[in-house]
Design a protein around this ligand. Sequence first.
Ligand code: AVI
Length: 337
Amino acid sequence: MRRAIEEERFVLVDSLSREVRADAKRADDDFRESVRAGLTATPKSLSCRHFYDAEGSALFEQICALPEYYPTRTEAAILRACASDVVECVGAAPQLVELGSGSAEKTRILIRAFLERHGELGFVPIDISPDALVQSSYALLNDFPALDVHAIAAQYVDGIAGLPVVEGSSRLVLWLGSSIGNADRAEAAAFLTQLHRSLGEQGAMLVGIDLRKDASVLERAYDDAAGVTARFNKNLLARINRELGGAFDLDRFEHRATYDAELGRVEMHLVARDEMTVPIRALELDVAFRAGESIHTENSYKYSTDEIQELADASGFRLEAQWFDESKLFSVNLLRP
Ligand code: AVI
C-alpha cells in the first residue's frame, strides 16, 4: 500500500512538470497581449488573473490571514461546521475536484471529512499557479496517506476538459474563496452553465460565495491597515517591470478600493498620483497617464441570497443546501445539476 502511494506521488510530479512546460509559453504570450490591450484601452485596465505569479500568490496568502480580510477564516469556519453534512449530501465517495486550489488549506477540512467516511479519496486540484499547485499537492500527499492527487496546471476550463475519468464515481467540484466574485454576474452564470454541462447528473458543486454587506467592512477588507492588499495590487505593475521591461514607479500609484453598493462589487484601482509616461520595452509602448487616471485591476462581486438563487437558476443548477456563519458574512452553497 505504502509503495503504491509513493508511485502515485512520482506520477504527479512527472505529469505536472510536462503540463507546466507546455503552458509556460502560452501564459507569457497571454500576459503580454493582455497588458497591451488593457493599457491602450480607455479606461485603462489590467486583468485580475495576472495577480497570481509567485510574488502575487505569496501576497494573497498574506491577505487571507489579515484581520480585515474576513472571507478566508469565515469560509473555513463554515466548512468545519458543515463538512459532515456535505459528505452526507454527496453520498458515495466522489472524485474531489478543486478550481483555483492555491494552498488548498480549507480543502483539508473536506478531504479529512471524506477520508473519515470513505477511507480513500482522489483529489484533482486545478490551478494556474504551478508553484502553488506543486507545493500544496506535496503537502497533502504527505499529510493524507490515503489520498491520491492528480494535479492539473491550467486555466479552469482547460483543466475541467482534462479531468481524469473514474468509472462509476461521482464528482464534487469545489470552487472556494468566493473566486466566483472576480467574474461579473453574467460570466459567473455562463461559467457555471459550462460546468453544469461537463458534470453530468452525478456531479455537484460546492461554491463559496461572499455576501453583500456594509461598505465599511468591505472597503477595509480590500484596503488593510498593513498595506498588504496595496502591495498585492501594485505587484501587477512590478510584474510588468520584471517580465516586460516596464518602468513603473510604484510609489507614483495609489491603491484604491471602493464598494459600489448598486452593482454589489468592490472595485480595485491603481491611480496615477501625477502625470507621467511609462515605457514598456517588450511592448515597444509608451503609456501616458493623466494625474488621477486609474487602472481598473479587479472587481469582487458580492451576492445576496436572492442573487445566489438567481445564479443557480440561470446556470441550470438546483441549490440543494446552503450554509452561513452566524453574522451572515459568507456562504457555502451545494449546487446539483
Ligand atoms: C481571489 N479573490 C476571491 C479575492 C477577492 O476577495 O476578490 C482576491 C482579492 N483581491 C483583493 N483581496 C483579495
